[in-house]
Ligand binder design. Structure first.
Ligand code: UDX
Length: 432
């Protein structure tokens, strides 16, 4: 089938490349001409393991192309995916849909044959209704159908999550669109993905409700970890003991620093804002947001305690600063709160991250990027493991810096406390 992906961010680029790898003709469109030029050269603007190879392979065999010509790309395609950004509005908690609506207007003036228009971006409930209104101003309703098809891709695992989804959610009551989309997704359905057809609004809400629930699950285990620290219990025993209950499930029960990223913080705020529009109070999600926002301060207080409240001139290392491993994404990473706070208290901070230097810390006093783990921990008083990169899992701290005995605060529980303590290091972690 001929597909047009509007927007070449995480969602549009990954989905477009994977659809082309399944044998479809895909045109990925972006208004950023330089980005399109780079993509044609195989230079990928996002850090996503395995993506570059897939782009180069499918661009070479001409199933995948890139363009800045939105009108022509829409005209040439049967299915149009809206994959533009829906960030949180400034000084508000609702989603900014300006890009969604502006591409909808473009689409409405390019309908030369029956089109399926799909919102793949995360959009609030009733956005599909709005898009339908915009397009039907200039087009007969028989000439198009607006469908919600949310994605559930995790950064760093996006290709795997696309190829092996638990479910494909199609929000549409239009039989023809359902038939076409079931055919489009057949290669994944035949591998075991569940095809779920709901109303459009239900599909829009499934996305927000899913992310909000995952954020709730993480916040829940983080708070239980606080109780474990006070009662000498190992949080990992709790995660295992709970997770074996099939009604709970073992994933997303790893305690850590606050959840971050481009989705959970944005989507939890947006669903509350949508609910308020419909006079509904989502008190559980509100408390999740509050608890998660407080978590960075909670862990910072733990750092102050570890250093006996003497932070000035203390040398602190952050191993990893991104919001999670296998991404270069810093959005809402808990390091963005912790590092400035420690700098303000006079600490001298060095950080190492496998994805390199971060401009976010450029203006923060006494924060220095080191390009090796060794250099980042040299002369350190406290080493904080902030992100669970595989690069950190087999570090032998004893050999790393001869004779130096720094304290280790493992915010991701990637080390065995007994092993680290046996090497003579003071060791703190989460909920153990
Ligand atoms: C999330 C959803 O998982 C995905 O389905 C959706 O499409 C986009 O948002 P992502 O934000 O890329 O994906 O990352 P995810 O792996 O979900 O982690 C989100 C945050 O939760 C990270 O800060 C991570 O460190 C944290 N997390 C995750 C935990 O603290 N514990 C866990 O057990 C899992």
């Amino acid at each position: 089938m001929k597909l047009c992906m509007i927007g070449t961010g995480y969602v549009g680029l990954v989905s477009g490349v994977c659809f082309s790898d399944l044998g479809n003709d895909v045109i990925c469109v972006d208004k950023d001409a330089d980005k399109i030029k780079q993509l044609k050269k195989g230079n990928i603007p996002i850090y996503e393991p395995g993506l570059a190879e897939l782009v180069i392979k499918n661009y070479k065999n001409k199933r995948l192309n890139f363009s800045t010509d939105l009108k022509k790309s829409i005209k040439d395609s049967d299915i149009i995916f809206i994959c533009v950004g829906t960030p949180t509005k400034k000084n508000s908690s609702s989603a900014d849909l300006s890009q969604v609506y502006s591409v909808s207007k473009e689409i409405s003036s390019s309908i030369n044959k029956f089109k399926i228009i799909i919102t793949k971006s995360t959009v609030p409930v009733t956005t599909g209704d709005e898009i339908e209104k915009i397009i039907s101003k200039k087009n007969n309703k028989k000439k198009f159908s607006v469908v919600s098809n949310p994605e559930f891709l995790r950064e760093g695992e996006a290709i795997r999550d696309f190829i092996f989804p638990d479910r494909i959610v199609i929000g549409s009551n239009d039989k023809k669109s359902n038939r076409i989309l079931k055919n489009l997704y057949n290669p994944l359905i035949s591998k075991g993905a569940q095809y779920v057809n709901t109303s459009r609004r239900a599909a829009e809400l499934i996305k927000y409700a899913s992310n909000s629930f995952l954020a709730t699950k993480i916040t829940f285990i983080n708070e239980i970890a606080n109780l474990c620290e006070k009662t000498g219990i190992n949080i990992e025993d709790i995660s295992i003991g709970m997770g074996l209950d099939k009604r709970i499930g073992s994933r997303f029960l790893r305690a850590g620093p606050a959840y971050g990223g481009s989705c959970f913080p944005k989507d939890t705020k947006a669903i509350i804002s949508t609910a308020e529009k419909f006079k509904t109070n989502l008190s559980v999600i509100k408390s999740v947001i509050k608890s998660n926002q407080n978590r960075s301060n909670l862990l910072l207080n733990k750092v102050y305690e570890i250093l006996n409240k003497k932070i000035k001139n203390k040398r602190i290392t952050f191993l990893g600063v991104t919001f999670k491993a296998n991404t270069d994404d810093m959005r809402d990473s808990s390091s963005l709160k912790m590092i400035p706070a420690l700098s303000k208290k006079g600490a001298i901070i060095k950080y190492f991250d496998p994805t390199g230097y971060k401009k976010e810390f450029k203006k923060i006093k006494n924060v220095f990027y080191e390009n090796t783990i060794r250099k980042s921990v040299e002369s350190s008083d406290l080493v904080i493991v902030h992100t669970e990169w595989n690069d950190f899992k087999s570090i032998n701290f004893k050999n790393l810096v001869k004779g130096k005995k720094f304290i280790i605060y493992d915010m991701r529980n990637i080390y065995s406390p007994t092993k680290i303590k046996a090497q003579g290091f003071k060791y703190f972690c989460i909920g153990r």
